[in-house]
Write a new protein. Structure first.
Length: 133
């Protein structure tokens, strides 16, 4: 089962669509309900950041496999203003939207792998993944 599918984030309702598709993909791969919820929460945070800070972007899902595991990779990509200070946004409690500041640090904690690349004025790409236990 190899798939790559994307949800374009253009309006707030698209966050729900991305979350649901991600949960469905996680279930298909054999993730338990707790990990499905973790993945859905991470997707919500990533999609909300695209909507709030970049305006538009996409969330893509891809199956990943190695010799012993299978998992789900989530790629959040936008062409927004970029993140000036990645280390600052990765601090617990930091928020520019008045939220709880659990966003990206929370995503990192929920998932097994987290990588962020952002170029000021060009956009941000976050790749995060979780392995089926």
């Amino acid at each position: 089962m190899d798939f790559k599918s994307c949800v374009h984030i253009r309006q707030e309702w698209d966050i729900v669509g991305a979350r649901q598709l991600g949960r469905d993909k996680a279930k298909e791969l054999g993730f338990g309900t707790v990990d499905q919820a973790r993945i859905a929460t991470a997707i919500s945070e990533l999609a909300r950041n695209i909507y709030l800070y970049a305006g538009t972007g996409k969330i893509c899902f891809e199956t990943i496999e190695d010799l012993e595991h299978k998992g789900l990779e989530i790629i959040a990509k936008d062409e927004g203003p970029g993140i000036r200070d990645i280390s600052q946004v990765m601090e617990d409690g930091y928020s520019t939207s008045g939220g709880l500041g659990a966003g990206l640090p929370g995503v990192k904690r929920l998932m097994d792998h987290f990588d962020i690349i952002s170029t000021h004025g060009e956009g941000t790409e976050i790749r995060t993944s979780k392995w089926v236990r």
